[in-house]
Design a protein around this ligand. Structure first.
Ligand code: COA
Ligand code: AMP
Length: 637
């Protein structure tokens, strides 16, 4: 079947198309219900099927003869540690950890928050939760205690799983005090915190609440995989929305398992026995889908890397891993390659390694600039494949498709064509489809394919409001872009107040809440300015109160400190600029869309609703004076 045939089949008869893909899984009970409707009017898949994703990722692989194959290669230049964990060994660890959690009273549907660095124990924890039907929620280590507390209150976990520390380059970051502070801040109190003590730093344990990772497992009975329903949640993953309250994206089990198995083969071109590297972190969706569940369900060896592309110990880190583990394909965000290129512009370090195992590499998470694309393509001599997805989708939405006789070749600037199951349309503000080559809102015509989220934890209504209301009958991705004459998709950027810093999705609204809480700040807008290395960086435009008495430098230092404390280091918030006024509509709303355009150095049309048109040039001048934009004459007037 050609890509075109598969794509058309997936849209004209989604149920038959995905029923066929679902047959590739070992279900405990095959689903009879294919595409279903939820109580709140969204779609789900395979709701009455019974399965267990930890069973598919481990037991099934062993039954198929891969027990002695490496499931996870742990490589940690920051601790000088390496480990090769076979499928059999991983299963034993997962069974025991799952049994120990059961002994503490964790049962199906209970939530478990995981706040851990990239150590194999974190993967064991995720798979162990899945094994007993507990719903994990991994929180990225770069988020501050306050952010963790918000997630604890929303997910109401029975347990928190953590480690004594994370290691960032040569810095040891104590995690446990952060977890303690988060529990103190949160209204919900988890019953236990399980702490993995790392040799670098021993955390102090509170005897009434904290348990040692390995002691708590002693004498536990290995747990069998619990059959869960296809529609049962596997995990909650919080992602940034436009407000300070992150969205707890709920991932179901059945549709997700089908989608991952499909994507590993047809998008990433991986076969059982291949070595795959998702160079990201378990705190992001990529880590869930393509460090842990996907590659293991596909019988691959997956790399678990605790390091960075640079300075661990040098900018050859990625090339060393590819060569040492004979990596066949990998994924990472373009920012990582930009960091490598900055340190090693000629790619001399890459030339020191045998990279012949590599077939192609994938990038996503943020825009791939053409210069990085060129540099990488020439350096590696393998296809560099841009593709596009988001936390909500859980797996790629556009990508070149492997495994068909005629995969769609890459096109510069495009994230390629829609994957089967995704009916992607570009709509104007009124919901009319845009002609080819004209930009609009990127939307997906319902129903969504398997694996795509269909709810927000504890707030199905917010899912509908956030994604399904602006364009009835469509899912609104929040991205802008266009299609060319041949249906290649081009993503131009977010159309909301979400920014992308080093491939990390962040909410400017969240940072604005912290900035505007400063006693001398009257109002503010946080915008993303273009950055050559990180893609975007947040900058606050701040209006002071009339009686404010603080120097600009002091204010900036205090705001930087506050955002780091409240949101976390991952926000990369380093700049605040004082301006006299912010541009607003006559009804008093800050004109964020125009600010976004100014920050991106793009032309904008003077909004007809603007209250005072002279404010925009003032803002442009302030940004230009601070070196964030090049020109002050962007408007079309
Ligand atoms: N735990 C604690 N702190 C963390 C952290 C973690 N897991 N990850 C990042 N941080 C901290 C960093 O130490 C840094 O702190 P600092 O301000 O004290 O220096 C801050 O958060 C910003 O981190 P980052 O923007 O990641 O910069 P970096 O210099 O540490 O690394 C890259 C730069 C490019 C190597 C890194 O951002 C990267 O690999 N990005 C790819 C992201 C990705 O895979 N995204 C997946 C989405 S598809
Ligand atoms: P996240 O939910 O953290 O995975 O972030 C998803 C967002 O990252 C998308 O909505 C896009 O804005 C952006 N993104 C992901 N992949 C790409 C890509 N290949 N090109 C441009 N932007 C991307």
């Amino acid at each position: 079947m050609s890509y075109e045939q598969a794509y058309q089949a997936s849209l004209s008869d989604p149920e038959s198309y995905w029923a066929e893909q679902a047959r590739a899984l070992s279900w405990f009970k095959a689903p009879e219900q294919l595409l279903g409707k939820t109580d709140h009017g969204t779609y789900n898949w395979f709701s009455d099927g019974e399965l267990n994703i930890s069973y598919l990722a481990l037991d099934v692989q062993i039954a198929e003869g891969r027990g002695d194959q490496v499931a996870l290669y742990y490589d940690s230049p920051v601790t000088q540690t390496k480990a090769a964990i076979t499928y059999t060994a991983l299963l034993q660890q997962v069974e025991l950890f799952a049994g120990a959690m059961q002994r503490l009273g964790v049962t199906q549907g209970d939530r478990v928050v995981i706040y851990m660095p990239m150590i194999p124990e974190a993967a064991v924890a995720m798979l162990a939760c899945a094994r007993i039907g507990a719903v994990h929620s991994v929180v990225f280590g770069g988020f501050a205690a306050n952010e963790l507390a918000i997630r604890i209150d929303d997910a109401e976990p029975k347990l928190i799983l953590t480690a004594s520390c994370g290691i960032e380059f040569d810095k040891t970051l104590a995690y446990k005090p952060l977890v303690d502070k988060a529990i103190e801040l949160a209204a919900h109190k988890p019953a236990y915190t399980i702490v993995c003590q790392r040799p670098r730093l021993q955390a102090e344990l509170n005897p009434s609440r904290d348990l040692d990772w390995y002691e708590f497992q002693e004498g536990a009975q290995p747990a069998a995989a619990v059959p869960v329903k296809g529609s049962d949640p596997l995990y909650i993953l919080y992602t940034s929305g436009t407000t300070g309250q992150p969205k707890g994206i709920v991932r179901d089990t059945g549709g997700y398992a089908v989608a991952l198995k499909y994507a590993l083969q047809h998008v990433y071109g991986m076969q059982a026995g291949d070595v795959w590297w998702g160079a990201s972190d378990i705190g992001w969706v990529v880590g869930h889908s393509f460090i842990v569940y996907g590659p293991l369900m596909g019988g691959c060896s997956s790399i678990f890397y605790e390091g960075k592309p640079v300075r661990t110990p040098d900018a050859g880190a990625f090339w060393r891993l590819i060569s040492e583990y004979r990596v066949n394909s990998m994924f990472c965000a373009p920012t990582a390659y930009r960091a490598v290129r900055k340190e090693d512009p000629q790619g001399d370090l890459a030339k020191q390694y045998d990279l012949s195992s590599l077939r192609w590499i994938f990038v996503a998470g943020e825009k791939l600039d053409s210069s990085t694309y060129q540099w990488l393509s020439e350096l590696l001599s393998v296809p560099v494949l841009d593709h596009w997805w988001q936390t909500e989708s859980g797996w790629p939405m556009t990508a070149p498709i492997m495994g068909w006789p005629d995969p769609s070749p890459a096109r510069s600037g495009s994230t390629n064509k829609a994957i089967p199951g995704y009916d992607i349309r570009v709509l104007d503000g009124e919901g009319h489809e845009m002609p080819a080559n004209e930009a609009g809102n990127i939307c997906i015509k319902l129903p969504l394919p398997p694996g795509f989220a269909w709810s927000i934890w504890n707030n199905a209504e917010r899912f509908k409001q956030a994604y399904l209301t602006s364009f009835p009958g469509y899912y609104h991705t929040g991205d802008g872009g266009y299609k060319d004459d041949d249906d290649y998709i081009y993503i131009t950027g977010r159309t909301d107040d979400v920014i992308n810093v080093s491939g990390h999705r962040l909410s400017t609204g969240e940072m604005e809440e912290v900035v505007s809480a400063h006693p001398q700040v009257a109002e503010c807008a946080v915008i993303g300015v273009t950055d050559a290395l990180k893609g975007q960086l947040p900058v606050a435009l701040v209006v002071l109160k009339a009686d404010a008495d603080i120097s600009d430098a002091e204010l900036e230092a205090q705001l930087v400190h506050q955002v780091r404390e409240q949101v976390g280091a991952v926000a990369c918030f380093h700049r605040a600029i004082v301006v006299a006024r912010l541009p607003k509509t006559r009804s008093g709303k800050i004109l964020r869309a125009v600010l976004r355009k100014i920050a991106a150095n793009e032309h904008y049309a003077m909004p007809s609703t603007i209250d005072d048109a002279s404010i925009l040039p003032e803002v442009e001048q302030a940004l230009a004076a601070a070196g964030f934009i090049e020109t002050t004459v962007n408007n079309d007037e």
